[in-house]
Design a protein around this ligand. Structure first.
Ligand code: SF4
Ligand code: SF4
Length: 177
């Protein structure tokens, strides 16, 4: 039959020699390659006990920031949502009521703030667009999950712990200890 390409190779059907039949030489060759790697530096690490350091330019999961008095910095101006090329951010603004000055830094705040992590490309433009230092990308990443709805991060998931009422959790979130 005519070959479709000129890459056809003739198969060597010569009977195997004694050494080829007992396979010992090839087994030792394979073992030698394996043993030659034992004393080399291991490229793998024991994750999650060991973690690789992040690159200085790594951009991870978003955090909604508070000021030093524990008040939410976000004023729901919407600039982050406008800057987001993936349209991953949605929010609803609300007016601060009298007596809520200890909760919200500005007269307007985000009553609802959501980021769709399945859309987010972690470009960091929301952080750059924010005039209130209210959002930043941390050095953690969104954990894997089986359910798409778990990747819609709400304000509850994004807000950093209060530095006044939860100083330890705040320091941990900031990577200070
Ligand atoms: S990191 Fe980029 S894609 Fe993700 S929410 Fe911010 S602006 Fe949008
Ligand atoms: S995070 Fe910043 S840019 Fe986004 S709505 Fe809040 S204050 Fe505005």
């Amino acid at each position: 039959m005519q070959a479709l390409t000129n890459r056809a190779q003739a198969v060597n059907r010569a009977p195997m020699t004694f050494w080829e039949r007992i396979y010992l030489v090839n087994i030792f060759k394979g073992m030698l390659i394996t043993f030659s790697h034992i004393f080399k530096k291991k490229p793998t690490i024991q994750y999650p006990e060991q973690k690789r350091p992040f690159s200085p330019v790594f951009r991870g999961l978003h955090v909604l920031n508070r000021d030093e008095q524990g008040r939410e910095r976000c004023t729901a101006c919407g600039l982050c949502a406008v800057a987001c090329p993936a349209e991953a951010i949605t929010m609803e603004a609300a007016e601060r009521l009298p007596g809520e000055e200890n909760l919200y830094r500005e007269e307007k705040y985000a009553a609802r703030y959501e980021i769709n992590m399945l859309r987010c490309i972690f470009c960091g433009l929301c952080e750059e667009a924010c005039p209130k230092d209210a959002i930043y990308l941390s050095e953690t990443f969104a954990p894997a999950n089986f359910n798409r709805s778990t990747f819609i991060y709400s304000k509850k998931d994004l807000l950093i712990p209060n530095p006044v009422t939860e100083p330890e959790a705040y320091a941990k979130a900031k990577g200070l200890n």
